[in-house]
Write a protein that binds this ligand. Structure first.
Ligand code: SAM
Ligand code: SF4
Length: 329
């Protein structure tokens, strides 16, 4: 079977795989796992590094060249460096990134970088220690910021902070966050809080539209950057005196889904065509032997063709996703 690129019937080309390596998380973010991780009665072990290597080999054959390790908290996997090496070594993978809550990052940043991870997103929803503790259930802002510093020392190509902005929780910190990243030469992603199966009340109380961020950025002299070819759905801003960029993930904005270039693999090996889709398509049976590679590639091609044009969030339908920790936000 020839290598090819992966398209759906709506003309979208897939280049980016978000790979959840675990459902488990040690934090209790208000909008995600407010009661902490609950082990299901029939917990399925997450994919092993060899299974992950086979999956990524198939996606890379189909032209996906960027992989992000996420979760749950990927840092809860003690074999994370082994996973990273398995992914980084796949021919065709040009960029390996991770999204982490920053737990123990100061101790681990160098090992992750040495294992081939070159881009890191660290979630920091508040720069106020008490508020950070209230949002995440952990009084660890100092530790996480020490992790950000360690990531700089370790030589990651890209370091971004992720902040979920919530009305009445941390929206008053927007100017301080913008100034912080500009002063520290970091980039920042503001993420509009998304409604999932388990957070409708939190969403109703705290959802803040991206337009609130955009007006603050423009008032501080940040300018919208032209969209790059093949860029994902983030809206990017730059400032003449800041090296970093500020991106906005606005899933409720018009056309958000039109530029979707990503697929997701859950920790138990299910292909998810959309963060807010249904169920997922099991790939694990095809991840056990190298000999199943062609059948795996064919299954991915067939499944991807069925991707829906857009999510149904505006109709209040967040699909089968209980929270983003379950399939890697
Ligand atoms: N545990 C890691 C972390 O928090 O960075 C990685 C997994 S987490 C699901 C990935 C990203 O999704 C984080 O930046 C988190 O803040 C974001 N997230 C989780 N639930 C969300 C929601 N309901 N709406 C918007 N962003 C969410
Ligand atoms: Fe854990 Fe990340 Fe969800 Fe927070 S957002 S509870 S750190 S998976």
């Amino acid at each position: 079977m020839m290598a090819t690129s992966l398209h759906d019937t709506h003309g979208r080309r897939f280049e980016y795989l978000r790979l959840s390596v675990t459902d488990v998380c040690n934090f209790r973010c208000q909008y995600c796992l407010p009661n902490g991780y609950q082990k299901p009665a029939k917990a399925v072990p997450p994919l092993r590094p060899d299974e992950i290597g086979r999956a990524v080999t198939a996606f890379a054959r189909l032209g996906l060249w960027k992989v992000r390790l996420t979760g749950g908290e990927p840092g809860t996997r003690t074999d994370l460096p082994e996973i990273a090496r398995a992914v980084a070594g796949v021919p065709g993978v040009r960029r390996l990134a991770i999204t982490t809550n920053g737990w123990k990052l100061a101790e681990r940043a160098q090992a992750w970088r040495d294992a081939g991870i070159s881009a890191i997103n660290i979630s920091v929803d508040s720069l106020d220690p008490a508020r950070f503790a209230a949002i995440t259930g952990h009084d660890r802002l100092g530790e996480v910021l020490a992790g950000v510093a360690a990531a700089r020392t370790a030589g990651f190509d890209t370091i971004k902070l992720n902040a979920v902005l919530m009305r009445g929780v941390n929206d008053d910190e927007l100017p301080a966050m913008i100034d912080f990243v500009a002063a520290h030469d970091l980039s920042l992603r503001f993420i509009e809080v998304m409604r999932t199966g388990s957070n409708p009340d939190h969403f109703a109380r705290h959802h803040l539209p991206a337009s609130a961020v955009i007006s603050q950025l423009e008032a501080r002299g940040w300018q919208r950057l032209p969209r790059q070819m093949g860029a994902g759905p983030a809206i990017e801003y730059g400032h003449a005196s800041a090296r970093g960029r500020i991106g906005i993930i606005a899933p409720y904005s018009r056309d958000f889904c039109a530029s979707c270039n990503r697929l997701r693999l859950s920790a138990d090996g299910r292909l998810h065509l959309c963060l807010f889709g249904d169920g997922g398509i099991a790939l694990r049976p095809w991840l056990q032997r190298d000999e199943d590679h062609d059948a795996l590639v064919a299954r991915i091609i067939a499944a991807t063709a069925t991707k829906a044009p857009a999510h149904r969030l505006h109709a209040g339908n967040s699909g089968a996703t209980p929270h983003l920790a379950s399939i890697g936000g």
